[in-house]
Design a protein around this ligand. Structure first.
Ligand code: ADP
Length: 744
């Protein structure tokens, strides 16, 4: 009787073979190659194993993928089906082995499809097709591939024939499982090694690629150079040889061809200035996500298909959240699968930022050039300083006006307090905070700030400065702009005019006062003698009113010249504002015609210390204006109130220093607010800004006047430490208000 080799010794021989074979596997570092080598060794070393499939687990999608096959009698299509299939953990016998981490042997007479068990229907059909190429009788071993506690795949080993026909007369048996498990674990370690090695290599390659792109970016001279060298570097990193860099135009309407490589003329033409709306990569521009897909006729990629390409990959060039362009790669059907997204995405971000930066730089240079042209071509002197008052820019006109050959750029104001040799209009030296730059840097916006510039030969020039702070986006002051011009002649003319007016007013006042007194006298006599509405009475009434009006204008002119000469002093005394307001209203009643005049006040007595003559003048001006500039039948309301808890918003939105002072002065005793509201046509915002200027009158004004009433009112209120302002909506009346601090 012939002795069969003992089962045990056969196994130990086989184990030896297998382990010897697997020792060489460690040297294989390419994963795909390793998978195939692994399977081939098992098939060679174990007679009971005729073929195998290596299922490796991809943690990214949670699926097992057939990574390699060996020894299976499958045709090319069958093998492709297998290699394209994936299984979820828990799917069929393979997924279950993986999930439970248990080796097992399964036997069937009904074919491979039967062995697999429950799998997703989409896969089931494909497996059925493949299964038909394998024998119906199968014995299969499924072994989890472990590295430590981790399972990284499943080794599937198939016995395809009748065990009786096998040399050692047996198929795979349960006894073989421990040995197979050891082998599977060894194989798993080799796989893990290869995987780690591969990953390290990939990272290194990506780093190098990134480095190359950054170098290309940093050495580029302009946008054209940048896109060309970047594309050149990128094309050296990918397997594809054809590609293009498309740049989104600043209006985001078109994609312009920035650079291209290895593309035939028809493709270049198809990529030249394409409206985004009809571009094949419209979604990439809109959503900022890469798109990898087969080329499609209906997406306008005919030229590329005709040139023999079949796959494309579009990557957005992202600069933060915005798309600056697109990297387009063209290749075969594999391109969408194999393009290295992880390498290309950060590279494209880098390129996106670089493109955006180059554009920003170009934009800002253009703006600088424009600004420079404007600044140099205007006749006014222009000076610009930074947040610390260092002079940063000046035009030729500034040098000429300041009569300097050069300006002390970069120096701080504080280091050259007398640099500008400025004096105020009284001829006094300026303190540092009175310099135009200093005022603008303190946040003030000013116009027509007049200063005297003293030349080396003692001659004097009057300069009018306008200035404003330059603010950053967050509102912080980061510099200031000052514009100035020579107003010496203007100033002289104004002086001459003021002097003439002062003299004329002075000379006119006495005869006018005499005429008014006589007119008054005559009127009173005529009223006693004849009827109230006789022609003479009416004539004399008009005469006195007109003369009074002329006298008021002359008085205003005289006040202006007194203020200019610094000769107007206040006579402070306790005054009951309610009584004063009543008096003004009574005096204005004849002029009011059919307009209703009303006075509202909290108490019959509202005492404050003020110059009653001047406050009387202010009230008269405001009430007289309200009458003059509102229609017959309307109402003019005068309101007096005391405010103790003074809030900033009380004064409208004027940002003046006077408001701050008044806030401080009224902190203790509060203030009185007097408002005069009319139902007239209102005042436009532009007019409101100028109402309180000397001689200002709205152009459309028909009523008589000199434009001095509000100017003087403001002067008088300010002399009292108060504030005057207007609130008005065009077409809906105006409210003039002034506030005086309560003094005790
Ligand atoms: P005048 O009334 O003598 O012209 P004012 O200094 O009193 O000078 O006023 C300046 C200008 O302000 C007026 O010409 C007028 O255009 C405008 N104004 C003043 N008060 C009112 C008002 N209540 N309603 C509309 N416009 C006004």
């Amino acid at each position: 009787m012939s002795q069969k080799p003992s089962h045990r010794s056969t196994i130990s021989n086989q184990v030896m073979d297998l382990f010897q074979a697997s020792a060489s596997l460690v040297a294989i570092l390419e994963p795909e190659e390793l998978f195939v080598a692994l399977l081939t060794r098992v098939v060679e070393a174990l007679p009971a194993v005729h073929g195998g499939v290596l299922w490796s687990f991809d943690p990214k999608n949670g699926r097992l993928r057939a990574s390699a096959t060996a020894g299976l009698p499958l045709d090319a299509a069958g093998r492709q089906i297998l290699l394209n299939s994936t299984l979820r953990s828990g799917d069929g016998v393979i997924g279950t082995t993986f999930l439970r981490d248990e080796p097992r042997i399964v036997e069937t007479h009904l074919g491979y499809r039967d062995i697999l068990g429950t799998v997703a229907p989409a896969n089931a059909n494909l497996f059925q097709q493949m299964s038909e190429q394998l024998p119906r009788r199968l014995v299969c071993a499924y072994v989890p591939m472990r590295v430590g506690n981790e399972v990284i795949g499943v080794l599937e080993l198939l016995n395809l024939g009748n065990p009786v026909e096998m040399p050692d007369g047996r198929a795979i048996e349960v006894d073989d499982l421990p040995m197979l498990q050891i082998f599977a674990n060894l194989a798993a370690s080799a796989m893990k090694n290869a995987h780690l090695y591969h990953q390290a290599q990939r990272s290194e390659r990506r780093l190098k690629a990134f480095d190359a792109v950054v170098t290309a970016i940093s050495t580029a001279a302009d946008l054209g150079d940048l896109v060309h060298s970047v594309l050149h570097v990128v094309m050296g990193l990918v397997d594809e040889t054809s590609g293009a860099l498309l740049l989104l135009d600043p209006a985001h309407d078109h994609l312009d061809l920035g650079a291209h490589q290895n593309l035939p003329p028809a493709c270049i033409e198809a990529l030249t200035r394409v409206p985004v709306a009809i571009s094949p990569c419209e979604e990439v521009v809109h959503f900022g996500q890469p798109m990898l897909r087969p080329l499609l006729e209906e997406r306008g990629e005919v030229a590329f298909l005709a040139a023999g390409f079949s796959g494309c990959a579009y990557f957005p060039l992202l600069a933060g959240g915005t798309v600056a362009g697109v990297l387009a790669l063209y290749g075969d059907t594999d391109l969408p699968m194999h393009a290295d997204r992880e390498m290309l995405l950060p590279i494209c971000n880098q390129v996106g930022f670089a493109v955006a930066n180059v554009r920003l730089y170009a934009d800002s240079s253009r703006e600088r050039r424009k600004l420079h042209t404007v600044v140099t071509s205007i006749a006014e002197g222009v000076l610009l300083c930074d947040g610390r008052g260092r002079l940063m820019l000046a035009n030729e006109a500034a040098l000429t006006l300041l009569r300097l050959d050069s300006l002390p750029f970069e120096q701080r104001l504080a280091d050259m307090p007398d640099f500008y040799r400025m004096r105020d209009m009284n001829g006094d030296r300026l303190t540092l905070d009175q310099l135009p730059f200093a005022r603008a840097l303190a946040g003030e916006i000013f116009q027509d700030y007049r200063l005297i510039l003293r030349g080396s030969s003692g001659d004097e020039t009057v300069m009018s400065f306008s200035g404003a702070p330059a603010r950053a986006d967050d509102g912080q002051i980061e510099g200031a702009v000052v514009v100035f011009r020579d107003v010496t002649t203007h100033e002289k003319l104004e002086r001459a005019k003021d002097e003439f007016l002062a003299v004329a007013a002075h000379e006119l006042r006495s005869p006018l006062a005499a005429v008014r007194n006589y007119a008054d006298l005559l009127l009173r006599r005529e009223q006693q003698r004849s009827q109230a509405d006789s022609r003479d009475v009416r004539g004399l009434t008009i005469l006195t009113q007109q003369v009074s009006h002329m006298l008021r204008m002359v008085d205003n002119l005289l006040d202006v010249s007194r203020i200019d000469a610094g000769q107007l002093d206040l006579q402070l005394q306790p005054v009951n504002l309610v009584a004063l307001a009543n008096q003004v209203i009574d005096q204005q009643r004849p002029a009011a015609g059919s307009r209703e005049l009303v006075l509202e006040y909290p108490d019959a007595e509202l005492m404050i210390a003020c110059d009653s003559l001047r406050i009387h003048q202010v009230m008269t001006n405001l009430i007289n204006n309200a009458i003059k500039y509102s229609p017959e039948g309307g109402r003019v309301s005068v309101r007096l109130r005391v405010v103790h808890d003074v809030q900033r918003h009380l004064f409208g939105d004027q940002p003046s220093a006077e408001v701050e002072t008044l806030l401080q002065r009224s902190a203790e005793h509060g203030l009185v607010v007097i408002t005069v509201t009319d139902e007239g046509g209102g005042i436009t915002p532009e007019q409101q800004a100028r109402l309180f200027e000397r001689f200002y009158r709205a152009r459309s004004q028909r009523a008589e006047g000199l434009g001095l009433g509000l100017y003087l009112s403001r002067q008088f209120v300010q002399m009292h430490g108060g504030v005057i302002w207007v609130e008005s909506v065009e077409g809906a009346g105006s409210t003039f208000a002034f506030a005086l601090p309560i003094r005790v």
